[in-house]
Design a protein around this ligand. Structure first.
Ligand SMILES: [Zn+2]
Length: 361
């Protein structure tokens, strides 16, 4: 087991890693929903399950509820192995279609808790207690706000059910705004930003204490949130545009705004956002991840960088195929010269700090 303060554990699985983004709920939804939960408890060969988390010192993270677009993922990933690519934005998804899928995936999250696989954390205090107890911690997140109605009634209800983080868009238009297409090379400045509904969503999230996730917003949407949100700016799973000029990555100007707001960025393990050539190919040395971390630390400061693995939703570097491989990442970070204090901040300390500041409790 992993414990934040435990001393009996080896360096390999400490500090515990709390992570800004995974797609476990989508994986289990596709695998049959509640019937797949047992596989997660016993180990189901995905990137994250309970045994792998214990083996790798993966302490939990933001568990995304995500409505998938009807697209051929293999075709998409093949297109993204080319020197340059520009995938069209998937069609919008109506509220009526999105809502039942969001309910199904949220129900899987609750089932996971009922089966004892994890604890859903609704405050920073609950999160700290959960990590300290060595229990897998889950924050209920929604990636793409298709299931939220224009009056935001569903947002209020989902907050009461435990929702603590939301991205107004995935890379697909919603009534709240426009997402970035998967395009390389490209700036993130790909079109219009948030709509009036989107601005109201941001304000309501501020009032309730729901984090607004900047990952997948285009640059105009990013600046709309920056102007209208009173909370720290957070991109849960995005990388450095200066190293990999992909639409999904953040420019130095965006990083400066995140630093100024005292927000943070979670490093995305998805290979297309790590590699300088933007290709969706798994041969990525861990040093390439360190390069992104160094740049993030340089521009944001040590207190504003963490992880956002995208596990179970992306192709990730070979050595980190499962979260059981995370000791290799810790070893590479230490080898690079990150000291214990910095390791703790990057692995979970910064997420705890920013979530506490955002939620206000
Ligand atoms: Zn994503």
């Amino acid at each position: 087991m992993y414990r934040i303060g435990g001393s009996s554990l080896g360096q390999a699985i400490q500090p515990a890693i709390f992570d800004g983004h995974n797609d476990v709920l989508l994986k289990l939804y596709r695998a049959g929903g509640a019937s797949a939960v047992q596989g997660f408890v016993e180990g189901n060969a995905g990137a994250i399950d309970v045994p792998a988390a214990q083996a790798g010192g993966f302490a939990g993270g933001l568990f995304a509820v995500f409505v998938p677009s009807p697209m051929d993922l293999d075709e998409k990933f093949t297109e993204m192995t080319k020197d340059a690519y520009d995938l069209p934005l998937p069609d919008p998804i109506d509220w009526e279609d999105a809502f039942p899928i969001v309910m199904s995936q949220a129900a899987i999250l609750f089932e996971l808790e009922e089966q004892g696989a994890l604890t859903i954390c609704r405050s920073a205090a609950e999160l700290r207690a959960c990590l300290d107890a060595g229990k897998l911690a889950a924050v209920f997140h929604i990636e793409g706000a298709e299931a939220i109605d224009p009056d935001l009634n569903t947002l209020d209800v989902l907050y009461q059910a435990g929702l603590r983080s939301i991205g107004p868009v995935w890379s697909r238009k919603t009534i709240f705004g426009h997402g970035v297409p998967f395009r390389y090379p490209s700036t993130p400045d790909t079109g219009a930003g948030l709509t009036d509904h989107g601005l109201r969503l941001v304000k309501r999230c501020n009032v309730l204490g729901i984090m607004v996730d900047l990952s997948h917003l285009n640059e105009a949407g990013f600046w709309d949130v920056a102007r209208h949100s009173a909370k720290p700016l957070v991109a849960t799973h995005s990388n450095v545009h200066a190293i990999c000029p992909h639409t999904r990555n953040l420019t130095d100007k965006q990083l400066a705004a995140i630093a100024e707001s005292d927000g943070m960025v979670g490093l995305n393990f998805a290979v297309a956002f790590l590699r300088a050539d933007g290709k969706m190919l798994p041969e990525v040395p861990l040093e390439q991840m360190i390069r992104h971390l160094d740049h993030l630390i340089e521009t944001l400061g040590e207190d504003r960088v963490g992880f956002g693995s995208d596990y179970d939703g992306a192709i990730v570097p070979e050595p980190l195929q499962s979260c059981a491989g995370l000791p290799k990442l810790r070893a590479a970070m230490r080898q690079h010269g990150y000291d214990d204090a910095l390791m703790t901040k990057l692995c979970h300390g910064n997420w705890l700090r920013v979530l506490e500041k955002t939620w206000g409790q």
